[in-house]
Ligand binder design. Structure first.
Ligand code: NAG
Ligand code: NAG
Ligand code: CA
Length: 275
């Protein structure tokens, strides 16, 4: 228990790998996928998932908990996260690429807490999703059009894609939906596109969209935005094309604080619980 507290304290002071580079905010440690592996926090924050919950989160997203070998393969191509998460078989650890004083005890490699006897401990999760690894992306251009995987063909089952948009500091992002056709379902539980006014898929939830009505434009409050597309195991549809353009922030005294969305149908204000 003392060891656990010790680890927790060390991890709590995790290196925020966030910063500005070339006028663009670089962060999003949990979105940088590598070799099909990604890091997942609970929606309620860091270190909140039991083993069973971590497993369910990955499975809900079409994958499963990553094995140690999969996490190591991802680490070898640059996957670095300073937060311990469940892996397959009840193992806990995290991948360190760059040695740092605040994270990983100054070492590189998988920081391995071993197989946990107590599966009720709460950590994050490392998921592996071989199906989703070809989709999504990180965009920093001032404008771009992106599409659901395979577009103009229908998207496939069991996909999870993240698009992360980071433009120059001081600019905002305007999303314009050009085409939109996602399996319709009353609460958009089957397939959906979620939009977040933030650098992750935890904060700044704007809306969850499905069906074939074009959502209205969405304007970010800051210079980052995240989109997440998730499809379940059956029924596909045409997919989508979305353009984003950048807008300069209104001058100081403007109303530049709120995300604008007039989404009517398919727009749900509030969070959905996937733990
Ligand atoms: C297992 O871990 C949980 C969460 O840390 C704790 O509440 C519980 O007492 C632990 N159980 C045992 C048997 O150590
Ligand atoms: C921002 O919010 C204020 C009040 O909260 C509102 O008057 C204003 O119209 C909103 N601006 C936009 C662009 O939605
Ligand atoms: Ca579906």
């Amino acid at each position: 228990m003392i060891a656990l507290i010790f680890f927790s304290v060390l991890l709590w002071g995790k290196a925020d790998a966030w910063g500005f580079k070339d006028g663009v905010l670089h962060n999003s440690i949990w979105l940088e996928r590598a070799a099909g592996v990604y890091h997942r926090e609970s929606r309620t924050g860091k270190y909140q998932l039991t083993y069973a919950e971590a497993k369910a989160v990955c499975e809900y997203e079409g994958g499963h908990l990553a094995t140690y070998q999969q996490l190591e393969a991802a680490r070898k191509i640059g996957f670095h996260v300073c937060a311990a998460g469940w892996m397959a078989k009840g193992r806990v650890g995290y991948p360190i690429v760059k040695a740092g004083a605040n994270c990983g005890f100054g070492k590189t490699g998988i920081v391995d807490y071993g197989i946990r006897l107590n599966r009720s401990e709460r950590w994050d999760a490392y998921c592996y999703n071989p199906n989703g690894k070809e989709c999504g992306g990180v965009f920093t251009d001032s404008k771009h059009v992106f599409k659901s995987p395979g577009y103009p063909n229908e998207y496939e089952n069991d996909q999870i894609c993240y698009w992360h948009i980071r433009v120059k500091y001081g600019q905002r992002i305007q999303l314009q939906f050009l085409e939109f056709d996602v399996e319709d379902d009353t609460a958009c539980m089957a397939d959906f596109l979620e939009v977040y006014d933030s650098y992750d898929d935890i904060n700044g939830f704007v809306g969850r969209f499905c069906g074939d009505e074009l959502p209205d434009d969405i304007i970010s409050t800051g210079n980052v935005m995240t989109l997440k597309f998730l499809t379940d195991a059956s029924v596909t549809a045409g997919g989508f094309q979305i353009r984003y353009v950048t807008m300069d922030m209104p001058s100081k005294s403007g109303d530049g604080k709120n995300t604008t969305s007039q989404g009517k149908t398919n727009f749900l204000a509030g969070k959905f619980g996937i733990m």
